[in-house]
Design a protein around this ligand. Structure first.
Ligand SMILES: NC(=O)c1ccc[n+]([C@@H]2O[C@H](COP(=O)([O-])OP(=O)(O)OC[C@H]3O[C@@H](n4cnc5c(N)ncnc54)[C@H](O)[C@@H]3O)[C@@H](O)[C@H]2O)c1
Length: 266
């Protein structure tokens, strides 16, 4: 029997075919989980395509439009999933925003607000909606996709993003501590550099900032990674699956770097 057979897993921000969320969904489906993948309204075509891909691979999957910053939308959607499947065993809070300037004095309140709303409040909203069902059944596993920037400040990364990911790490530990004795584990995965669109956007910004090509920006960044390259999204998904699976049943409250030996900064 597959290790996640009979498990209902919800993954947020999982529409983009090259994103970390869809890689996690594919990995959990391959381990036998039933998938609920969610993302913003504007991604609905991609979400439908992701469901079709999961179903073609033999999984049961549905899509839901959920803006994680909306408590109302989150509450309603989670209730619908529980109505349909009976529970939620696994929650992966992957939805996140990067963006904005790396120069602190040029940063705006709007940039801070967006990072906080999505990367922190979004995680809290989802956890508040899902944990009651996990408490009822006395078990559940949560993984929050934070960042290496949640463990230390890294050059050229916006302070708003770094602050929000530190907060996501704090939230992970607080939830882990509060619910450990009631069968719920909560951990964070902290990717360093991952070859998704988020990295492409960062390389474009750094290329402009330093008047170099995006390829040169990527080469310079790769030099800061001991393994010498960015991770594939599937390599992050492997770590997430481990923390969610039976092999990690005694692990809670950890922040696992998946960073190829990249130093977490200051
Ligand atoms: N790519 C990297 O190098 C890297 C490194 C460290 C951490 N991360 C984290 O990994 C996660 C996934 O990032 P990715 O690289 O796959 O980027 P991505 O942009 O492909 O994925 C992020 C997803 O979140 C969704 N999203 C944004 N705001 C949302 C909201 N309000 N409600 C619901 N969904 C929302 C987006 O639509 C998108 O599908 C993020 O939390 C990111 O911070 C990425």
């Amino acid at each position: 029997m597959k290790p996640l057979a009979d498990k209902i897993a919800l993954v947020t921000g999982a529409s983009h075919p090259k994103g970390i969320g869809s890689a996690i969904a594919r990995k959990l489906a391959s381990l036998g989980a039933t998938l609920v993948i969610t993302d913003l309204q504007q991604t609905s075509d991609q979400l439908d395509a992701a469901v079709a891909e999961l179903e073609a691979a033999g999984a049961t999957a549905i899509a839901k439009i959920v803006d994680v910053t909306s408590t109302e939308e989150v509450t309603r959607s989670v209730a619908e999933v529980i109505e349909q499947f009976g529970t939620i065993d696994i929650l992966v809070n992957n939805a996140g925003v990067g963006g904005g300037t790396g120069a602190f004095l040029e940063s705006t309140n709007q940039q801070f607000e967006l990072a906080y709303q999505v990367n922190v409040r979004g995680v809290a909203n989802m956890c508040r909606a899902v944990i009651p069902a996990m408490l009822t059944q006395g078990s559940g596993a949560i993984v929050n996709i934070a960042s290496l920037c949640g463990l230390g400040a890294i050059e050229d990364i916006p302070a708003s993003y770094t602050a929000s990911k530190f907060a996501a790490v704090g939230l992970t530990k607080a939830i882990a501590l509060e619910y450990a004795s009631r069968g719920i584990r909560c951990n964070a995965v902290c990717p360093g550099v991952v070859n998704t669109d988020m990295r492409v956007q960062l390389m474009d910004r750094l290329a402009e900032q330093y008047d170099i090509t995006p390829e040169e920006a990527e080469r310079r960044e790769n030099e800061t990674i001991a393994i010498g390259r960015g991770a594939e999204a599937s390599e992050v998904a492997d770590a997430v699956a481990y923390l969610l699976g039976p092999g990690a049943k005694y692990i809670t409250g950890v922040t696992m770097p998946v960073a190829g030996g990249m130093a977490p900064g200051l």
